[in-house]
Design a protein around this ligand. Structure first.
Ligand code: ADP
Ligand code: MG
Length: 258
């Protein structure tokens, strides 16, 4: 159920820059993520981590460079040497490949847990019965099958985030992006959410996780990327970046979060 059918979810970010007015939020970022890999992005507030995640599913348009998932240009189609921006409907179709988990869960509060999980699949044409069956299987994965009929607003923060992760999986994405998935949680609820993400880490889906949980990164990440001022200052295996950081900015940052 959790396994991707093939080695899909290869992300290639090539010389991407993004401006907000005159402010350069992303500055010539290049990054390649292998199918099924887990990448943790760390860096101080304002360094461009969320902006980078948002460009990966075209919630932000890049100003320079391009992003590909399994060769498809995100938000664009290529003709010869030119890229043409996709229409909204085509962008939505492309986004099915990319799940997104937000800091504040963003569940639909007026829907039950089950309804939260079947809404997108049904909107994408999955028959209701099939969507429900998959929803129950996903609830099993996040350990919340018994909450199917609960109102999402009645769940704890940790439970809501686990449901949000199940929802991100509902359309069988190739890639899941997590933007500080535990930073809105009380400390005692962080572990249950990280445990679910750890479980996904062995499923074949490509994961990109922005987090300050260095212990989690050490345990789960294949790659760690450190950003400052919209630039990647250092990247490499988690072992290299976390245990033997080369750049003084990385050392300084790690000494403050550890
Ligand atoms: P991080 O997630 O690392 O904290 P962000 O990607 O949110 O950083 O932000 C990077 C920079 O871009 C910050 O200086 C932020 O203020 C700016 N920024 C982000 N989103 C917007 C926006 N929609 N409009 C203007 N500036 C933005
Ligand atoms: Mg952010």
């Amino acid at each position: 159920m959790l396994n991707s059918p093939s080695a899909a979810g290869h992300i290639a970010i090539t010389r991407v820059s993004k401006y907000f007015g005159k402010h350069k939020a992303l500055d010539n970022v290049s990054l390649e993520l292998k199918p099924g890999s887990v990448t943790v992005i760390i860096g101080p507030s304002g360094s461009g981590k969320s902006t980078l995640l948002r460009t990966i599913n075209h919630l932000e348009r890049v100003d320079e460079g391009f992003i590909q998932i399994d060769g498809d240009y995100i938000g664009y189609r290529r003709e010869g040497d030119k890229l043409y921006e996709l229409k909204e409907r085509e962008i939505l179709r492309q986004r099915v490949n990319v799940g997104y988990v937000f800091q504040n869960f963003n569940l639909f509060p007026h829907l039950t847990v089950l309804e939260n999980l079947i809404e997108a699949p049904i909107a994408h044409g999955v028959p209701r019965e099939q969507a429900v069956a998959r929803a129950y299987a996903l609830l099993e994965v996040v350990g919340l099958r018994h909450k199917a009929e609960a109102w999402s607003r009645h769940l704890s923060g940790g439970q809501q985030q686990r449901i949000a992760i199940a929802r991100a999986l509902a359309l069988e994405p190739k890639v899941i992006l997590f933007d500080e998935p535990t930073s809105a949680l009380d400390p005692e609820l962080v572990g249950e959410v990280l445990d679910v993400i750890k479980k996904l880490a062995r499923s074949g889906t490509t994961l990109v996780v922005v987090t300050h949980e260095i212990g989690f990164a050490r345990e789960v990440a294949d790659n760690v990327v450190f950003m400052v001022d919209g630039r990647i200052v250092e990247q490499g295996s988690s072992e290299a970046v976390l245990n033997r950081p080369q750049h003084p900015r990385t050392r300084n940052f790690l000494s403050r979060v550890l």
